[in-house]
Design a protein around this ligand. Sequence first.
Ligand code: HEC
Ligand code: HEC
Length: 226
Amino acid sequence: MSFPRAGALTALLALATLVAGPLAAAEDGATASGEQIATAGNGKGSAPCMSCHGADGSGNAAGGFPVIAGQDAGYMARQLTLIREGKRTSPVMAPIVGSLTDDEIQAVSAYYGAMPKVASSAEPPAEDAAAVALALVQDGDWPGRDLPACNRCHGPGARGVDASFPGLAGQHASYLKSQLEAFRDGTRKTDPGDLMGTVARKLTDDEIAALSGWLAAQPAVRPEAN
Ligand code: HEC
Ligand code: HEC
């Protein structure tokens, strides 16, 4: 596992908090609440989520830790279960979710899912890259490459639709890029019917970079009054 420096630091912080954490966490055998798991771990080996994803769920761009605040709880619970079962590969998350019970997965997903989405602070990419991204997100390349628009599934503004289609707007570019590459290379195959694999295999490296940078700078919350 290779982390950028900020990521390694955050991971160390995670360990430090882990040592201090279980004090506040659940008693033996009890189900820890979402807040306990997020801030102190579940007392059975899971590191506090906030040490990487932040107390406000905003993640960390340099560390590749995704934004999880306001992401659909059902989507997150499914991903956490897939990671726990080894069906989605994540060397970082696997040891953390390993000790979470089904109830704890539901509780911590509900906790972060209910948090307000965070405003993106990412700079949008240069104009030509932004134009490439906007066209793919709104129109796709249909019938040309049989590539449906991202918004067809991920919803208006790519802000997500229920538990099936995660929000992408305001997500960190580093994370978006790594996931698009993982779908393309077949290392993430968690989507029903290979929907995302089919999309990602049609994208060029330049398009993946443009989409990741552009989506990261989009508002995660529907802009008011327009
Ligand atoms: C040591 C850092 C670290 C800790 C602690 C951590 N995560 Fe993660 N999390 C990551 C990374 C990195 C990813 C991205 C997947 C990957 O690249 O392996 C991720 C991915 C996720 C995802 C998938 C997001 C998506 O959009 O598909 C969810 C949900 C999540 N984490 C929730 C949690 C919860 C809940 C906890 C606490 C029980 C937690 N994480 C603790 C680093 C961490
Ligand atoms: C036919 C429907 C469909 C289309 C079109 C589609 N997606 Fe997806 N996408 C999905 C599904 C379903 C998932 C969730 C996969 C899973 O459960 O693991 C997903 C997940 C993702 C993720 C992972 C998000 C996360 O939080 O981990 C990214 C990134 C993504 N899509 C980007 C895109 C982009 C960019 C486009 C347009 C080029 C696009 N998608 C078009 C269905 C679609």
